[in-house]
Design a protein around this ligand. Structure first.
Ligand code: SF4
Length: 468
C-alpha cells in the first residue's frame, strides 16, 4: 500500500512542504495518520511529489522480504529525487547484517531513522531539519483536529488501533522485536476516537491490533471511563460499547486479528444480535497441532473446528476470514493435507495463504526441514485451489438474498452502477459487490451510504447485485 497524502487544511503560502509515503499494513497506516495530523496541526503542508517537497518522510514496512525491498527502494527513490529523507516504521527498527541499523547501513545519508509508532520522534526530526512554520492562526489555537485526526482511508471507513505490540513469539514473526510487547491504549481514548470518527461520517470502523483478543492483558483489564461510566479495558466490554456507540449512526463495527480463545465465545452473541458485524478475522496460520506448536502460535491448543462450529450455531451468519502459511519448515505432506481437510471442513469463508518466507531474524528459519521454495509455492497454490472452491461455493449460496451493501464507489450518483461491500467483506482484503444500475429511476447510490441490494450472481470472489 502506498500513497502520497494531502491534508485538506490550507496553510500560509510560505509554509514548508513535506512529502509523505505510507507503506505497509493498516497499523502502519494509523501511524501515518497520526504524523500527518500533527504536521497539519503545526501548519506544514504536504507535497504531492518528491521534488516539490522540502523533505520527505517514508513510513516503512519490514515484515517480509518483499516489503523490506519495497521500503528500501522507496527510500532510495526519495533520496535521489529529493535528498532530505526521514525514515520511520517497522523497517527503521531493524538491525542489518553487520549489527547496526539496517536503513542507515543501506542509505547512510538519511536525516533520521525511527521505529514504528514514534510520532514525537518523527516530529522532533522534522523540527530539527525543517523549522516549524509560524502561523498566527495555528499558534493561537490548540490542536483543532480533535481526536480523530487526519485519515488516509476514504471518508466512510476507518481503522481503529486499540493496542500496539504483541506478547506472543510466533517463530515466523519479527513483529514483537520491532514493535515490542503489547501496550493497550486506554479504553476511554479508544472509545472517544470511535465516537469522533462516527461524528466525522465514518460508517465502518475496523478494529485492529496485533492481537485484539488480548486487549487489556497488560493493564490487568483495568477499569477506565468513557462518557462518565466505568468500562473495563477488555475485549468484551470494548466491543459491546463500540456497538452501542455505532448504533445511532447506523455504522458497522468489524473485528480483525482475533485469536480463537474461549473468551471470544462471549463476543459471538453480540454478533448474533447485530451489535457488531458477524465477521471475524481469525489468523489461524495452520490446523495441524504439531505445526502450530512449531510456530508457537497463540491458542494453538484450542480445538478450532469445534469452536468454529459452536460459534456458527450461536450466529449462523458468521463469516470467518483467516490467513495461513503453506510450506512451514518441517511441514510434512500429511500435515499439509490436514490443513486442506480443515479448510474444507471448517468452511472458511475467506482464506489468504502465504508460501513460507524466511524473514531475516525469525527463529523459524532454524527449524530443521526447510522446504525448497518451489515446493512451498506449490503447496500455496494447492491450498488456494481448495480454499477458493469453498469460498466460491459459499458465495453462490447468497444468490437470491437481499443484503445491505455499503457503497464504496458510485460515479454519476450510481446511475451506471457502482461497487460496494456487504458485512462479509472487509475493505482491501476481501471481495466486493458489483452494483448494477438501479432499475428505479429515482434510486441513486452515494459513496459512504448503505443500499439494500438483491444478489443476482457471483463472479469469482465477488457478488453482483441489483440495488432495490
Ligand atoms: S501473534 Fe504471532 S504473528 Fe501475530 S504479531 Fe504476535 S508474534 Fe507476530
Amino acid at each position: 500500500m502506498s500513497e502520497v497524502a494531502s491534508p485538506e487544511r490550507t496553510a500560509t503560502p510560505a509554509a514548508p512542504k513535506v512529502g509523505f509515503v505510507s507503506l505497509g499494513c493498516p497499523k502502519a497506516l494509523t501511524d501515518s495518520e497520526l504524523i500527518l495530523t500533527q504536521l497539519s496541526a503545526e501548519g506544514y503542508r504536504t507535497a504531492k511529489t518528491f521534488e516539490g517537497a522540502d523533505l520527505v518522510i517514508v513510513n516503512t514496512c519490514g515484515f517480509i522480504d518483499d516489503a523490506v525491498k519495497e521500503s528500501l527502494d522507496t527510500i532510495g527513490e526519495a533520496l535521489a529525487e529529493n535528498g532530505r529523507v526521514i525514515v520511520t516504521g517497522c523497517l527503521g527498527a531493524k538491525t542489518g547484517d553487520q549489527g547496526g541499523n539496517l536503513v542507515r547501513q543501506m542509505h547512510p545519508s538519511v536525516l533520521a531513522v525511527t521505529g514504528p509508532h514514534a510520532t514525537q520522534e518523527v516530529m522532533d526530526a522534522v523540527h530539527a531539519n525543517l523549522p516549524k512554520p509560524h502561523d498566527p492562526f495555528v499558534d493561537l489555537v490548540p490542536n483543532t483536529f480533535g481526536i480523530a485526526g487526519l485519515k488516509l482511508t476514504p471518508r466512510h471507513y476507518a481503522y481503529l488501533k486499540i493496542s500496539e505490540g504483541c506478547n506472543h513469539r510466533c517463530t515466523f514473526c519479527i513483529i514483537p522485536s520491532m514493535r515490542g510487547d503489547l501496550v493497550s491504549r486506554p479504553v476511554g481514548d479508544v472509545l472517544g476516537e470511535a465516537k469522533a470518527l462516527f461524528e466525522g461520517g465514518v460508517k465502518e470502523l475496523l478494529v485492529i491490533s496485533q492481537d485484539t483478543s488480548a486487549y487489556g492483558v497488560d493493564v490487568k483489564y483495568r477499569t477506565g471511563f468513557w462518557d462518565g461510566k466505568p468500562v473495563k479495558t477488555r475485549m468484551l466490554e470494548l466491543v459491546r460499547t463500540l456497538g452501542e456507540i455505532a448504533e445511532p449512526y447506523g455504522a458497522w463495527v468489524r473485528l480483525h486479528y482475533v485469536y480463537p480463545y474461549p473468551s471470544v465465545d462471549e463476543i459471538i452473541p453480540l454478533m448474533a444480535s447485530g451489535q457488531v458485524l458477524p465477521y471475524l478475522d481469525v489468523p489461524l496460520q495452520h490446523s495441524h497441532p504439531d505445526v502450530l506448536k512449531r510456530m508457537k502460535r497463540p491458542a494453538s491448543g484450542e480445538k478450532n473446528l469445534e469452536r468454529l462450529a459452536r460459534w456458527r450455531e450461536v450466529c449462523p451468519e458468521l463469516v470467518i476470514r483467516s490467513t495461513f502459511i503453506a510450506g512451514f519448515p518441517g511441514e510434512t505432506e500429511q500435515e499439509f493435507e490436514h490443513l486442506l481437510d480443515f479448510i474444507r471442513e471448517a468452511q472458511i469463508d475467506r482464506a489468504g495463504c502465504f508460501a513460507y518466507s524466511p524473514v531475516a531474524g525469525a527463529t523459524a528459519n532454524d527449524i530443521p526441514g526447510m522446504l525448497p521454495p518451489a515446493e512451498r509455492e506449490a503447496r500455496r497454490a494447492r491450498f488456494m485451489e481448495v480454499a477458493e472452491a469453498v469460498s466460491i461455493a459459499k458465495l453462490r449460496q447468497r444468490v437470491g438474498a437481499t443484503m445491505q451493501v455499503l457503497v464504496d464507489s458510485a460515479p454519476g450518483m450510481g446511475r451506471k452502477g457502482g461497487v460496494g461491500r456487504t458485512y462479509a467483506d472487509a475493505p482491501e482484503i476481501d471481495g466486493t459487490v458489483r452494483l448494477l444500475p438501479p432499475e428505479k429511476i429515482s434510486k441513486t447510490l452515494k459513496v459512504g451510504e448503505f443500499t439494500r441490494a438483491r444478489i443476482v450472481g457471483a463472479e469469482g470472489h465477488d457478488l453482483i447485485a441489483l440495488p432495490i
